[in-house]
Design a protein around this ligand. Structure first.
Ligand code: SF4
Length: 280
């Protein structure tokens, strides 16, 4: 059996950077928590806890002087609240997310109604919205554009960094039917695009695809959806979930990992699949 690992797989730039920052601050002897789980992977979150870095839901919950902001970013009021509480924020917001926040702020300052295409309750989207100075909407499908009062208005579009490109494009097309002026800032993260194309490629080339990543990770779920469109695919969080029967008669197996999945999980998955082969 041949095992092919997707070219673009595992930790993305933003996640790598966040974990490097964790190491850097720990080496300096700083004690800190993270506002929310640093990344969407339970194994990594547990490892961080063992180093004393715990996820908290609210700044008020920490007993430490420092709190790390994760890659998704936060709205400006979190920075203000941290100041009131005497907490120093260690900012691991991904630069691509900061760019989306700035784009939304700029559009609103230029007088555009801002439409964010993304998931309404996603922390990144809440952070982007928090930067808007005027009116803003969040939509996750083109149909929702019709229910907004955008006729004759000046509308600015941004997108959640990891959201679907095709949906973003269809939302913009829908708005074009009624608005007076439109300004689009493409805030999608190119890592996401490359990762998704890479999954489509291996799903095409193999008999089945294993997608590894946290169940709470949107980008992993999307990789699974794409692989499923091409053929047989399974989403696992840990190699323990692999079932031997999935690999019966499979000649080529594709593996792809979400942006928050550490390399050692990919390696363990490969080992486990190979152990099935040895047994048969
Ligand atoms: S997926 Fe893109 S935007 Fe999100 S953390 Fe990774 S590099 Fe940054």
């Amino acid at each position: 059996m041949q095992i092919i690992i997707a070219e673009e797989s595992g930790f993305c730039y933003g996640v790598k950077r966040a974990l490097e920052l964790v190491d850097e601050y720990l080496k300096k002897g700083l004690k800190f928590d993270t506002l929310g789980p640093l990344i969407h992977n339970p194994f990594v979150v547990e490892e961080l806890k063992s180093k004393g870095v715990n996820p908290i839901d609210k700044l008020e919950e920490t007993d430490k002087k420092y709190v790390m902001i994760r890659t998704h970013g936060v709205p400006p009021e979190v920075y203000r609240r941290a100041q009131e509480l005497g907490i120093t924020l260690l900012d691991a917001t991904c630069p691509f997310v900061s760019r989306a926040q700035e784009a939304a702020r700029k559009l609103s300052e230029e007088g555009y109604i801002v439409v964010v295409v993304g998931k309404r309750d996603h922390p990144e989207v809440l952070g982007i919205l928090g930067n808007v100075r005027g009116k803003a909407y969040v939509v996750c499908e083109p149909e929702e554009i019709r229910s907004l009062n955008l006729k004759g208005k000046r509308v600015g579009f941004v997108c959640q960094t990891t959201f679907r490109h095709d949906v973003f494009a269809r939302c913009v097309t829908e708005a074009l039917k009624v608005v007076a002026e439109i300004k689009i800032i493409n805030t999608r993260c190119h890592t996401t695009e490359r990762r998704q194309n890479s999954v489509l490629k291996i799903a095409d080339e193999t008999d089945l695809t294993i997608i590894i990543g946290g169940r709470n990770s949107s980008n992993t779920k999307r990789l699974y959806e794409l692989a499923s469109m091409k053929g047989r695919a399974y989403h696992i969080e840990s190699p323990d979930e692999l079932k031997e029967e999935w690999f019966e008669n499979a000649e080529k197996v594709g593996i792809a990992a979400g942006a928050s999945t550490p390399d050692w999980l990919v390696e363990k998955t490969v080992e486990k699949i190979k152990s099935f082969e040895r047994r048969s």
